[in-house]
Design a protein around this ligand. Sequence first.
Ligand code: LUZ
Ligand code: MOS
Length: 754
Amino acid sequence: MRNIDSFTHVRGESIYLDDIPLTEGTLFAAVYDSPIAHGKIINIDISEAKKSKGVRGVFTYTDIPGENQIGGIIADEELLASSHVHFAGMPIVLVVAATPEEARAAAKKVKVDISPLQVITDPREAKGKNELIVPPRTFRLGDTSSVWKDCEYVFEGKADSNGQEHLYIETQGAYAIPQENNSIKVYSSTQGPTAVQRCCSRVLGYPMHRIEVDVTRLGGGFGGKEDQANAWGALCALATHHLKKPVKFSLHRMEDMRMTGKRHPYSSDFKIGLNKDLKILAYEATFYQNAGAAADLSPAVLERTLFHCTNSYFIPNVTATAYSCRTHLPPNTAFRGFGGPQGMFVIESAIAQAADELGIKASVIQKKNLIATGEEFPYGQKAKSEASDCWNKAVEQYSFEKLQMDVDQFNRENFLYKKGIAFMPICFGISFTKTLMNQARSLVHIYTDGSVIVSTGAVEMGQGVNTKILQVASKIFSISPDKVKVNSTNTSRIANTSPSAASATADLNGKATMIACETILNRLKQVASDELKIAIDAISIQDEHVYVKGARSELDWKKLVMLAYVNRISLSEHAHYSTPEINFDLTKEKGHPFAYHVFGTAIITVTVDCLRGIYEFDSVKVVHDSGSMMNDFVDRGQCEGGIIQGIGWMTMEEIIYDTEGKLKSNALSTYKVPDVYSAPKIIDLHFLQNDKDNLAVMRSKAVGEPPLMYGIGAFFALRNAIMAFNSKSRPKFSAPMTPEKVLMNLYEKKKVVV
Ligand code: LUZ
Ligand code: MOS
């Protein structure tokens, strides 16, 4: 089944925040944000801004009736700066005017005196000054310190990965509308409607029931709207509270890039020890996470780095420590993979370095250490399948030996072009690592004409979750998909939602929908049983008909629904699902945090132009563990998008802050994301389907985040191509590997003879 949204998308009929028809009297917001990264506020002068054309209100922290606080995990982030600014782009003054242009013009007239303080942008420097967001965490398995002596080979090194701009096509935004009885309805472009509701309620000092948040769909989130949609919702609600008017704020791209946090850059140290047979006996890693100026989701991201620090390998002795370091950058936040990719990049770097020094291919080490059923991850959970299933299938499916031979031959025959090839196995844990967040609810109504409407906490952000939820309802009721509609996500219909995140949205909300539908279905079967005077066990509902012992009866879906209504039987259900089996003990750093793992292996091939340093990805060939897939189109889309986004992070997307903490790559002219020309020429996807029981919705495993991590292989494929040109070059583990870096590495210690 195609993504149900493709029809309205193609016709331009999908309604994003900026497409919501404006209510009479709507005003528009803009902010004055800090021009410097760290300083003490001496004076805020809003007098000129107030007099500016069209202005209806200018607000500072003193106008906040509730708490001037938006920090979720830790209360360390003000909505509007009061005494200090902590990053360039931090909102200080909110301006509201009759048009967006007038609001922005007035914001420019705000004058704020700030006395500059020292700026830190480097996480290691922050750690040196003990500027930590939370105490460090350490995951341990076995005992690394006692096994180094048993290792034949020990290597140490450093690996750095940079941030990544979310670049959702739809920028951040919100639209608040006053309602009766001092309530406010907020339309928000958020992955977390409840988070926006909670934030508005806190800032305004309203009980939560006076804030209703509604989300139709997002033009992309990628984690950037898991937490960071809150501020815009709260700012609009604050203005609506004061002015009793609808207030909208839809950010310009450059405002969005400047004021919001991104993927966390990490700087990391590693030490890896192997025995003669190339089994990894010990691994130590220290991660310095660049959290930015406030906690935001950084502590949770940090944790997932530790969860995925050994990727898809079994290593019997592991010590991994992670520091969340406070710098003066915009608070970094969730981004597809949520710290997992950063952890995986480091172990892959360690393996690559071992391979370089031993003069072998990294894939030899990778393959020998893939985790098998029953083997333990450093956090105590045991693997329930073999990472080698996908690896071996990839080798066979894509004739790896031949691929490698072709690359070697190409490299022998060409001087100024070289190819590189790399394997990238992945293993990603599915569930929010915070156990309590793994719950969801679904509200299902059948109307008297037999049509069905489903509301859940799932936010459609292009990932196709509504299509999957619709499939669940249509499957359980055995009715045509046209009979089912999925409603917008609304905090009055579904309360206390977890954000649509952690690749778990279809599982959690889909399972709640299954429960709701099954409950109603059982009631309907009872109605049929009473009507037909047949035991309920003999009744089934298929293809919009009641069947009795497998034979189609006269009673069809519509008649059955009407009969239930006439008999005053409820055609509605609100169901709750919480993931079973999961737990985590923070005092021991052990438990069973994930419902299951998603595995996969990618083989990536690149061709480098060794004169210019530019490159093209020839192919990405993947075997992906999908469980028993419920929607091939949707899952393919997620895989292709994730792979390209991962390649972008590893190769071309380069976030640059200067030493004063100012974003230099602040527009699409200076921040390059993959386009159709830089996408791999071939993406081959093979889904390893199986019927093994798992906790995924209809056994169709989560697919949101895992494919991004295939992109990490792009870095190592490039590295291999560089070393094929220049055997003395040892490119640093410093992502992204931009064409500039490729060029420098190609000619590192090389005499050029052409
Ligand atoms: N968000 C979150 C996430 O709050 N917890 C998680 O574990 C997570 N994992 C991936 C992406 N977002
Ligand atoms: Mo996310 S990084 O699943 O919001």
